[in-house]
Design a protein around this ligand. Sequence first.
Ligand SMILES: Cc1cc2nc3c(=O)[nH]c(=O)nc-3n(C[C@H](O)[C@H](O)[C@H](O)COP(=O)(O)OP(=O)(O)OC[C@H]3O[C@@H](n4cnc5c(N)ncnc54)[C@H](O)[C@@H]3O)c2cc1C
Length: 390
Amino acid sequence: MTSTARRLPRFAAALTEEQTLIAESARDFATRRLAPGAAERDHSGRYPLEQLGELAELGLLAMKVPTSEGGAGTDNVGYVLAMQAIAEACASTAVVLASSNLTSKILGDHASREQKDRWLRPYAEGKLGPASFALSEPGCGSDASALTTSARADGDQWVLDGSKMWITSGAHAGLHLVFARTDGPGKEGISAFVVERGAPGLVIGKEEDKMGQRASGTVALSFDGCRIAASNLVGRRGAGYPIALSALGAGRVGIAALSLGLGEAALALGAAYAEERKLFGKSLSDFQNTQFVLADCRTELDAAWLLTLRAARLLDEGDKAASETSMAKLFTTEAVGRVVDRMVQVHGGYGYSRDYAIERIYRDARITRIYEGTNEIQRLVIARGFLSGA
Ligand SMILES: Cc1cc2nc3c(=O)[nH]c(=O)nc-3n(C[C@H](O)[C@H](O)[C@H](O)COP(=O)(O)OP(=O)(O)OC[C@H]3O[C@@H](n4cnc5c(N)ncnc54)[C@H](O)[C@@H]3O)c2cc1C
């Protein structure tokens, strides 16, 4: 990798010692333990199970859970830096961390004392494996408030029926945060539950054969009269929808960071290739066209960093930052889409070969414009924000 290619942007504000530490330990782990197997995991679709213990030890499964609950107590800026570093090496592992951290953040914010002792601490200590966030269904993704998975009270149990779709880590999670309808239609009728691995009536579907992020263990989950204890209800009955939304702003910033990891990896590969590749008696990087392409990519990635860090900082200050988190996700994922496409072009025919990492990165980047709220939904949030003057 060339020094030019590897240059990260100068941050607008200084990082704290904790933020630097979590970023450095994530980068060190990613370089040693994730980068070497990333191509093989992409080919085989093998979930990064053997790395999970170490990820838990580093606190990366429960980054935003307070240290008093066994988590890493990281703020959103630290989370962004760690996520970017992990995704630069392996986007599949990064999205596993994204959904695990989304679920653990929600449990940290909304679970009862008894629930935290039962699940959160053992989870943060790595005893339960990853966690899944199960909101989407075969019939609804963007329109999540239309979900139809039902939960009915039966004595001291809840009985769940229905199915969830596209659940990251669904086959491996020790606990699933499941959103189901307990009452009437609309947002008010939805409640949140923890369904533990092996719950009777929980059926794990086959792994999806995906375009990218192929090792993230995406499955459908079916609930066939699935019985869980009454005490598995998280938060108030009927509060499931706001609970789901409560962590999505931070989740979006996490996906922006994941996307930045892919963008930085792509630019580094493209710049290095352009310096090595000789044609017409000079290096590809000597052509002004190549330099302009690299300059555009660097500029767009710097802009994406700034939007992402702004959103993370606002969240850390206690601001909901609905528009800013959506802008970070929208701009970054679309900028990275352009960067990975241009870097495939810089590689010429080699960019189309599975032997070159840029081909995997190109596929891995595509989904970031779809999950954690599609970019069309982000545009709706942003427009709503400024039209209402919020
Ligand atoms: C690899 C992968 C991993 C995922 N992981 C998870 C997970 O762990 N947990 C989970 O719950 N979900 C997960 N998802 C689901 C993901 O969040 C949804 O796919 C996404 O929200 C879009 O929903 P949908 O697929 O139903 O598309 P739809 O909602 O049907 O959207 C189809 C198209 O219509 C557009 N559209 C929708 N509404 C509007 C509107 N109002 N105005 C304009 N355009 C609109 C969309 O932007 C999109 O282009 C994952 C998906 C994938 C592919």
